[in-house]
Design a protein around this ligand. Structure first.
Ligand SMILES: [Zn+2]
Length: 256
């Protein structure tokens, strides 16, 4: 009974969503109206973008200032060999257009900084952080808290992934990223994929989990990962969850 009635082609494309009581026409319309900002079109961003586009999330913003390099292709599956040297945002946009031309892709070929982060985040409903550095993670955490946006954040190490959802803007008991790590470690304390290496499929597992949490948040279904850190250990084939309490003395979301 809404003005966002689905077309015949959309009924077919999204049939396996529509049949789910937890999604249905209302949920699909919600996904199609949603605006999600994906930060990083790399190992995590690739599966996040692919699944969100396939799911029909209406508008996907992509932030990345890098170009496609041959050494990326082992894990960054949104980029094909034919686009070596192209800006990653443009390469991703073209792949997503092939998968689902109904999705509007907004490429942002820039590096997030204090100047542009708030303006960009403000234009979206939810942020998925697939960046590879602490400066961006802390910046996104603080901006999302301030602007009242939900942040679904993931991180990778060679055989491990971590995932959580932050909605500290809703108040206690929801923690933010700084409740876990109050300050960024020194720039070179934690090696990035480029230096440390990574089993490519691990990025796929964790990025797919991240896409699932984004869809759950948009649909408002299931149990949110807010307040929990999900850790995937690929070598042991093990998942475990760690409780993340809100820190009353947190520099971002603390009461003082
Ligand atoms: Zn906090």
């Amino acid at each position: 009974m809404s003005d966002t009635a689905l077309t015949e082609a959309q009924f077919e494309r999204y049939a396996r969503h529509l049949i789910l009581a937890e999604v249905g026409e209302e949920g699909q319309a919600r996904l199609m109206a949603a605006r999600v900002l994906v930060v990083g079109a790399g190992g995590l961003g690739s599966p996040v973008l692919l699944y969100l586009a396939a799911a029909g999330v209406g508008t996907l913003g992509i932030v990345d200032d890098d170009t496609v390099d041959l050494s990326n292709l082992q894990r960054q599956i949104v980029h094909p060999t034919s686009r070596l040297g192209a800006p990653k945002v443009e390469s991703a946009r073209r792949t997503l257009a092939e998968i689902n031309p109904e999705v509007v892709v907004e490429p942002h070929a820039l590096r997030l900084d204090e100047e542009n982060a708030a303006r960009l985040v403000a234009a979206y409903d939810l942020v998925a952080d697939g960046s590879d550095n602490f400066a961006t993670r802390f910046l996104l955490n603080d901006v999302c808290h301030r602007l009242g946006k939900t942040l679904v954040a993931a991180a990778l190490s060679p055989f491990e992934g971590q995932l959580s959802t932050f909605k500290s803007h809703l108040g206690p008991p929801h923690p933010c990223y700084r409740c876990l790590f109050p300050e960024a470690p020194p720039p070179d304390a934690v090696p990035r994929c480029e230096e440390a290496g990574i089993l490519g499929a691990v990025a796929g597992v964790v990025g797919t989990l991240q896409a699932t949490e984004v869809l759950k948040e948009l649909l408002g279904i299931g149990e949110s990962l807010s307040g929990k850190l999900l850790v995937y250990d690929a070598l042991r084939s093990d998942f475990h969850r760690i409780k993340l309490p809100r820190d009353p003395a947190c520099p971002t979301c603390g009461q003082t």
